[in-house]
Ligand binder design. Structure first.
Ligand SMILES: O=C(O)CCC(=O)C(=O)O
Ligand SMILES: [Fe+2]
Length: 348
């Protein structure tokens, strides 16, 4: 095998262990390098947000340093969990781990067919799609039966004794799908064969034509579990979010503006989750989820990454990424520098 045949190695940016640590109780993202820096940067702000007692501040500090430790150990603990799952977990529906055309709706397949055709263009594609909010598109992705079987599989996993990691740094409930073995046979072909033809036309300015990795997970909302999700942007160039069910009330998404614009200056658009359909949006498009008021909401989220874009500027710290080794696709950075100069993500 020559150097060019080999799969690229993917990296994290070192900011993963210092930046964007989310404090749920204060709805605040913080940076942590040391206790001293944290006190200096956040004690006054936290006081204004209601963190008045010394003990409360100490509790925050403890939570933050635990989260930093979790992130530092994530590559190792995630690989250990994946190995344990492989060893001990017996899937209920083996077939859902391998993408099949029958899982996809005929509208979705037609849409992809159009995008693959020689004369395809954005205007033509927009005639086949629903616009849910500015530059947010609704796609009829999966058949209902497939969504039901996937949720059954994930519930079966949840109820097993196999270890589960957190889906991302903000949601507490859900499942990282790479640890269950969904990447190779399901998410990678979905991204490469079906989503990339669409994103190439819709988001050529944000790496839509050069997606080369992803992080996929399911999020789960229910009373007594996570109810909502604060306003944020994703560690992704483009995100697909598909509603899998089950039955739920409320829990709409809302979209604001790009991340430079504060929410106070933004008119948000609310978008309903419709079971079986997906919402496609730019990772840097700020969004959040309103609380569910009943039932269970399961969503498949695929954060798609384009190393060509993120190698120039890490979307999480806004600096040139400083590469750290990680597991699998890590956070989608590579050492390759080809094509670095030919695209810029225009923020509109
Ligand atoms: O709750 C949702 O559907 C949104 C999830 C989301 O925004 C994310 O995981 O990045
Ligand atoms: Fe998100």
């Amino acid at each position: 095998m020559t150097e060019t045949d080999r799969e690229p190695q993917f990296y994290l940016c070192s900011c993963f262990t210092t930046d964007n640590i989310f404090l749920h109780d204060y709805k605040l993202h913080v940076r942590y390098v040391s206790g001293q820096q944290f006190r200096r940067d956040y004690q006054k702000l936290l006081l204004r947000l209601g963190c008045v007692l010394d003990q409360q501040f100490e509790d925050v500090l403890k939570k933050v340093s635990q989260e930093v430790d979790r992130r530092r150990q994530l590559a190792v603990t995630s690989a250990e969990r994946a190995a344990a799952i492989k060893r001990m977990y017996q899937p209920l529906h083996h077939h859902v781990y391998r993408l099949q055309e029958t899982y996809l709706t005929s509208e979705f397949k037609q849409l992809v067919e159009y995008c693959r055709s020689r004369n395809a263009n954005k205007e033509g594609l927009l005639l086949l799609l629903k616009v849910a909010a500015p530059r947010v598109y609704r796609l009829p992705v999966f058949e209902k039966h497939f969504c039901e079987e996937l949720v059954e599989e994930l519930e079966h996993f949840e109820q097993s004794s196999a270890p589960t990691g957190r889906p991302n740094t903000m949601n507490h409930y859900g499942i990282p799908l790479n640890e269950l073995g969904f990447d190779e046979g399901f998410v990678t072909p979905l991204r490469e064969q079906y989503l990339q033809p669409i994103t190439s036309l819709l988001y050529p300015d944000c790496g839509g034509h050069s997606l080369d990795s992803h992080k996929a997970f399911v999020v789960k909302y229910a009373l007594k579990e996570d109810l909502d999700l604060s306003y944020h942007y994703d560690n992704a160039e483009i995100t697909l979010n598909v509603s899998l069910g089950k039955e739920f009330t409320d829990g709409n998404l809302y979209f604001g503006d790009m991340r430079q614009v504060p929410i106070s200056e933004t008119e948000c658009t609310e978008v309903e989750h419709e079971v079986t359909t997906g919402l496609l949006h730019r990772g840097q498009h700020m969004h959040g989820a309103l609380p569910v008021s009943g039932g269970q909401r399961w969503n498949l989220v695929v954060w798609m990454r384009a190393s060509q874009e993120r190698n120039r500027l890490c979307p999480m710290c806004n600096r040139r990424p400083s590469l750290v080794e990680g597991e699998g696709f890590a956070d989608g950075f590579t050492k390759h520098t080809d094509g670095l100069l030919n695209t810029t993500c225009v923020l509109t």
